[in-house]
Design a binder for this molecule. Structure first.
Ligand code: T5A
Length: 215
């Protein structure tokens, strides 16, 4: 695997991953509040997005009606990510007691573009061997739910489906497989959380893992 961790930051870098509707936004907001109560400075960002340039790329891909080539998707997400790292994440994390919480990161590219869209994990990791994309989080929470839960939580929101949410069951099965592979290959970094539990119990598990990082 090509990903070497050449850490260029001092603060705490967290990312949250999971299928659509796995509860990332919900748990990120609870984590932010909890860390702030312990006097951490916290910045929450989402991918794609988080910068003016990144938000334009987000609309370009999530709102398109056109079929996008998987490599074009991967490079677009990497582009948004590189901008976010160099303009927001790394400057903020140059300080101690500063934490960035990211809603999706490299594991989304591996699962969505690498596995579900068929590019392969190696293509994505190679793309991330260049600076600043080679910066990996200290800790990633994979909020694990099944496909049925993902679909039912998506539909309970009643919003229009974005580019990826329109995919069929076969796509989601490959996506799950991709995430399982990430959890295996990057087992030191990724903590798997049972996200089918109720919101408070999911958060309890997250706090337990996080405790080791904030002493
Ligand atoms: N993408 C992204 C790629 O293909 N490659 C990449 O490299 C990157 C970075 C982004 C899309 O882009 C793709 C992946 C995505 O398809 P997005 O709009 O950011 O899309 O969407 P998501 O990240 O999937 O966010 P969602 O809003 O869909 O899901 P969340 O944030 O995981 O879930 P959340 O917290 O909003 O919860 C969903 C609903 O479930 C309830 C909540 O109240 C809410 O109604 N809920 C629970 N209900 C019961 N029990 C629990 N434990 C619950 N937790 C939450």
């Amino acid at each position: 695997m090509q990903l070497n961790k050449l850490k260029q930051y001092n603060g705490l870098f967290l990312s949250f991953e999971g299928l659509d509707g796995s509860g990332k936004t919900t748990q990120i907001s609870k984590t932010k509040e909890w860390l702030e109560s312990k006097n951490w400075n916290v910045m929450v960002l989402r991918e794609p997005g988080g910068t003016v340039f990144g938000e334009k790329l987000r609309s370009a891909i999530l709102e398109t009606q056109e079929d996008i080539d998987p490599l074009a998707q991967a490079m677009l997400f990497a582009s948004s990510r590189a901008q976010l790292l160099s303009k927001k994440i790394l400057p903020f994390l140059s300080n101690k007691n500063h934490c960035v919480i990211l809603d999706r990161y490299i594991d989304s590219s591996i699962a969505y573009q690498g596995y579900a869209a068929g590019l392969g994990m190696e293509t994505i990791t190679q793309l991330h061997s260049y600076s600043p994309l080679n910066q990996m989080p200290d800790l990633t929470f994979y909020l694990e739910i099944n496909l049925e839960t993902s679909l039912s939580r998506q539909s309970s929101r009643g919003e229009d489906k974005d580019y990826f949410e329109k995919n069929d069951t076969a796509f989601y099965q490959k996506l799950e497989l991709g995430y399982k592979e990430c959890c295996k290959v990057f087992s030191e970094r990724i903590k798997v959380i049972n996200a089918i539990q109720d919101i408070e119990n999911v958060f309890k598990d997250i706090k337990q893992d996080l405790n080791d990082y904030i002493v």
